[in-house]
Design a protein around this ligand. Structure first.
Ligand code: ADP
Ligand code: MG
Length: 226
């Protein structure tokens, strides 16, 4: 297994558009994430949280600087080691909940019975095991969000990136989802990075980063009262 940080950003910037209408979503940012890290990225809407998370995932190409994954091996292996929970759950409408959670494992070539076991375990961990046969249109937004988390947990990533995963959940359900994410991170010896507005989520994570107008502040900041 490769040593070193899972992901490193070196003076990374991401601009959308060109000319006068260009938006600098992330200004020159340097940061790193290591196994065992539990990081909250807080900040107001539009401050660049999602863009930074996508850069860490390798889903956005930086306009400047570099993103490297020294602890995650080559490109193919890296894709399997990074799990992303998107801000909108993005379940596939024609597949039921169980099939949605299973799909990344099919693509990764995980054989039965391990595949079914991993899906069942992940659905149970986030409390949606009873929904396995439902279609996405038959469940609520909050349930879909939990299914999206289960889909990533089943993948057993080493770098788990979640974009406002509790955004559609009430306090209790949000806390249970955080229990699941933190427990999975511990079992997998993974790193967890969560973008959020929610102080109850920020308080669960040891390291607090904040984004403000595209600038990342990585010094430990106490959670601000709402
Ligand atoms: P946050 O997640 O903190 O709300 P985002 O990273 O989504 O912030 O967005 C940061 C800024 O970049 C915002 O001004 C947003 O409008 C802009 N932005 C994000 N993605 C795109 C895109 N694909 N095209 C154009 N502008 C974008
Ligand atoms: Mg966002």
């Amino acid at each position: 297994m490769s040593a070193g940080p899972l992901v490193v950003c070196d003076d990374v910037a991401r601009t959308f558009g060109t000319g006068p209408s260009a938006v600098v979503a992330v200004h020159g940012t340097s940061c790193g994430v290591h196994s065992g890290d539990r990081i909250a990225i807080a900040g107001p809407s539009g401050s660049g949280k999602s863009t930074l998370l996508h850069l860490l995932a390798g889903l956005e190409i930086p306009t400047r600087g570099s993103v490297r994954w020294p602890g995650l091996g080559d490109d193919e292996k890296r894709a399997r080691d990074i799990g992303v929970v998107f801000q909108s759950p993005s379940l596939i409408p024609a597949l039921d909940v169980g099939e949605n959670a299973e799909l990344p494992l099919v693509i990764a070539g995980v054989e039965e019975p391990a595949r079914s076991e991993r899906v069942a375990e992940a659905l149970a961990v986030v409390g949606v095991e009873d929904l396995a046969a439902k279609l996405p249109e038959e469940i609520s937004g909050g349930q879909a969000q939990r299914v999206a988390v289960a889909r990533v947990l089943a993948q057993r990533p080493r770098l788990l990136l979640a974009d406002e995963p509790t955004g559609q959940l009430d306090h209790g359900a949000g806390q249970r989802l955080m229990d699941a994410l933190l427990a999975a991170t511990g079992h997998l010896d993974a790193a967890l990075v969560v973008t959020t507005h929610d102080n109850a989520v920020i308080e669960r994570l040891a390291t607090r980063w904040t984004m403000h107008e595209g600038r990342l502040h990585t010094t430990a900041t106490p959670a601000v009262p709402s």
